[in-house]
Ligand binder design. Sequence first.
Ligand code: DX5
Ligand code: ZN
Length: 220
Amino acid sequence: MVEISASILSIKNENAIQTLYNLETSGIDYFHIDVMDGEFVSDNTTSKMLEYCEYINSISNLPLDVHLMVNDIKSYINSFSVFEPNMITFHIEATKNEKEVLDLINYLKQNNIKVGISIKPNTKIESIIKYLPYIHTALVMTVEPGKGGQELIPTTIEKVKQLYKYIKENNLEVDIEVDGGINIENISLLKQAGANIVVCGTSIVSSKDFKETVTKLKQM
Ligand code: DX5
Ligand code: ZN
């Protein structure tokens, strides 16, 4: 059974509170928090996401799945760890060297936060293979990070398959999360490829009945 992590990136400011409440009761497994710094990607969602995290924690016990699309990873971990997220994922492309990656992994673990590392569509899975024994989740981006509502890039599905094969062959216990452009039509391809945490933003928040959509996403 896959878990659904709902991206709140594309919810409208005007009715954010009602939308977050509707999501909380829709059967999702995580709130996916897309944090952008205006540097690693052009948009900046920092203050909005800090505000939403505070609100979510006041109405919900659902775990927070924080996706950092930022350059200064450590200071963003400090800003978001106050919300006691279940997991924080950073991008391998934003790191300088192996030492920094290992430091970040240790820092998150010391703070009791699960560790995710993400790769962009053009980054090969080889760039994160050596860290797999030490982390909880590998996040394979299925769109270029930076915007919600994009179309899934089909070549990324092959990367999920390769990663799944590697994880099984090496008896590792790493979740595979996929993120970007995932909807009722294509989710089964990702599940078959081996993903077990699926981020869905637009496909849920633009639907009429969140609960019905989440149920369908899980069934497909
Ligand atoms: C893209 C974000 C994703 C994305 C998900 O930069 O990381 O989480 O917005 O939203 P949809 O499902 O709309 O692509
Ligand atoms: Zn994301």
